[in-house]
Design a protein around this ligand. Structure first.
Ligand code: GMT
Length: 369
């Protein structure tokens, strides 16, 4: 099939998932056309049936805000016409679903079908904002198929928007040929030269990720045992996070790595992964950690409990309970048996539920239908 994919090209779970999906579809013989204003983060390396079509956004003195949605819809329709797309799959409802719908209207009968995948904040934060509520509801109604990345998000969408239509739950997946236990990586000796435990966090440092909570929990952990913290990613809260690390006196043990490609190589030097978000529809970063054999402590919010079974494949905590989070980290970092049992159970969960081999056919079936 010929599949167009639109996503946010910047670091973030929806863009990562869309890019990984495109790569996997291409491996299975589909022709994949990314349509975006920049090359998606994590789209690296050449694959003969992966194409990238850049959306150019014209500015004009009259436009205080250049109308990106219109430029995107135009590019979607021209790419669809040129290569005869069968399906346009947009990741994140706003503004991609409505741009896709507009492209369909421009193309008439020759239009590809529109699949919209809801990722989380497109529903829970942005979509619920009153300026976007009606358009988000309409986008969901006019998409040919709608998927959500967890049962929680599908139910939340139905409840908040009062929509009756089918929403297929298709979980996020991980490429287990790349995200797998690797044995200890060289960066372990670089960041933890004295055998300290390595705690890792990866996100886009938005307030919803509670990265200041990460630093508080890490600070409390260091009162119990020697540890270092690897912060991967970047975003609006990074300044506040570094300032807090200084104020709590742990700045010398906090390593801020910024945005990184190939994060599987960083997971390879972590002993624990911490994700105390205030909301997560799924928690793709936690899944990647689990696939790499890194035990996870994450918030019991949104769809996270569909990925992590508390006490079995990781630990679930209250995002504001710094003591509780630090204690769970300490437990798993100081009890080798506990840590191995969490790792093994998490690896089985990944293999049985969240591999590309399990998830990609679910998307293919939706495209075929
Ligand atoms: O809001 C974010 O943190 C990023 C967002 C995105 O735009 O990519 O991530 C969402 O989609 C991911 C992939 O489906 C999910 O794993 C994340 O849980 C979800 N984030 C939130 O719900 C906060």
């Amino acid at each position: 099939m010929k599949i167009g994919i639109t996503c946010y090209p910047v670091p973030g779970g929806s863009g990562v998932l869309a890019t990984e999906l495109g790569g996997q579809l291409a491996k299975r013989g589909h022709e994949v056309h990314f349509i975006s204003h920049a090359l998606p983060y994590r789209l690296d390396g050449f694959a003969p049936n992966v194409f990238y079509h850049e959306v150019e956004v014209s500015t004009y003195p009259l436009f205080e805000y250049p109308p990106y949605t219109l430029s995107l819809a135009s590019r979607m329709s021209s790419v669809a016409r040129q290569v005869k797309l069968d399906v346009l799959h947009v990741h994140y409802a706003i503004p991609f679903a409505i741009a896709g719908h507009l492209a369909q209207e421009m193309l008439g009968e020759a239009a590809p079908k529109l699949v919209t995948t809801l990722h989380g904040t497109d529903i829970t934060l942005v979509g619920m904002d009153k300026s976007f509520f009606e358009i988000t509801k309409h986008s969901i109604a006019v998409s040919d198929r709608v998927t959500a990345v967890s049962k929680y998000l599908a139910a939340k969408t139905r409840a908040e928007f009062g929509v009756q239509r089918d929403i297929d739950v298709v979980y996020n997946f991980v490429d287990t040929t790349r995200f797998r236990p690797q044995g200890r990586h060289v960066c372990k000796s670089r960041y933890a030269p004295n055998g300290e435990k390595v705690v890792m966090h990866l996100s886009n440092f938005r307030p919803v990720k509670n990265v200041t909570g990460v630093v508080h929990m890490f600070h409390q952990l260091t009162q119990k045992q020697p540890a270092v913290l690897l912060l991967v990613g970047d975003g609006p809260d990074s300044g506040a996070v570094l300032e807090l690390a200084g104020r709590l006196g742990v700045a010398d043990r906090v390593h801020f790595l910024g945005n990184q490609q190939r994060v599987e190589n960083i997971f390879a030097c972590a002993d624990a992964f911490l994700l105390p978000s205030y909301y997560e529809s799924f928690g793709l970063a936690a899944l990647e950690a689990m696939a790499c054999g890194v035990p996870v402590v994450a918030s019991d919010v949104g769809g996270v409990s569909e990925v992590i079974a508390d006490g079995v494949t990781g630990f679930l905590i209250d995002p504001d309970d710094y003591d509780g989070g630090a204690e769970k980290l300490h437990q798993l970092l100081s009890d080798r048996e506990l840590s191995s049992s969490l790792i093994n159970a998490a690896l089985s969960t990944v293999q049985n539920n969240f591999t590309a081999e399990i998830i990609i056919p679910q998307y293919e079936q939706i495209y075929q239908a």
